[in-house]
Design a binder for this molecule. Structure first.
Ligand code: PML
Ligand code: MG
Ligand code: MG
Length: 247
């Protein structure tokens, strides 16, 4: 599902489901688009297609949460996490600022993610308006239930979709980290996922009310761009195991 207004992205979500669940999922995703905190879309795209390739099965990233940041600024927290990911913090923070001000050349929200060379800061996505869309991923209903049990009241559909997406993204050998800030104005929890570590939730990553955000995939070394994009945009991934929750 993809929803937009005046061509600006409002929301997007996807599912991998058996045939008999298609109509109920279509309803669920349509409602998610219609009653989105970013407002009414003027266009909702619902695409239903047969999965052509069988999915890669992955274990969900471990989830961490920065619990108390009263003594730290967001800049200090991000600096620490970029360091942990092996990313120069000047580069990391400039990408953070780009995301919260609208990362497309028009200053609007990109539909997809940036690809950022973590050593030079150069953006590698071919289309700077659209970016790269991580797509074709979901979690089995059983593991979704387990995830709900594991994280309790912290569970949100945004979080579930995000950790599933990020598990796919981090599984690529060239990706060292992913930074995400929701573009929903009142969803102020973002995250950084770090290779060989996990998904780190960061509260108050942006000010409430800001309808800007997006994603950046940080890569290291020379990537084979065509294969990279093909993996992100078309290889199906299904989560069939969950990780730990540490907070
Ligand atoms: C989005 O839906 O736009 C991004 C959601 C980020 C979720 C962060 C979390 O709650 O863990
Ligand atoms: Mg959103
Ligand atoms: Mg989104």
């Amino acid at each position: 599902m993809r929803a937009s207004r005046e061509r600006e992205h409002i929301s997007g979500a996807e599912r991998i489901v058996p045939e008999d669940e298609i109509s109920s999922i279509a309803k669920e995703l349509t409602e998610r688009a219609l009653y989105h905190p970013k407002g009414k879309p003027d266009s909702i795209n619902l695409k239903i297609e047969l999965l052509e390739k069988s999915p890669i099965y992955l274990k969900l990233l471990d989830i961490y949460e920065i619990a108390d940041r009263e003594d730290y600024t967001i800049k200090e927290i991000l600096t620490k996490l970029f360091k942990k990911a092996g990313i120069d913090s000047t580069i990391g923070l400039s990408i953070y600022r780009a995301l919260i001000s609208g990362a497309s050349p028009a200053g609007t929200v990109m539909r997809g993610a940036m690809i950022v060379d973590c050593q030079t800061g150069i953006r590698l996505e071919p289309d700077k308006f659209r970016g790269i869309r991580a797509s074709y991923m979901d979690i089995t209903p059983e593991m979704e239930k387990n995830l709900k049990k594991l994280v309790g009241e912290r569970f949100t559909p945004n979080m579930k979709d995000a950790v599933v997406l990020s598990t796919k993204v981090l599984n690529h050998p060239d990706v060292v980290a992913e930074l995400c800030i929701s573009d929903d104005p009142d969803y102020t929890t973002g995250y950084i996922s770090i290779k060989n570590f996990g998904y780190v939730r960061i509260k108050n990553i942006k000010l409430p009310g800001l309808p800007k955000g997006g994603r950046a995939f940080f890569v290291k070394g020379k990537i084979e761009r065509k294969a990279f994009i093909e993996y992100m945009e078309t290889t199906p991934v299904l989560i069939n195991e969950i990780g730990n929750y540490v907070f």
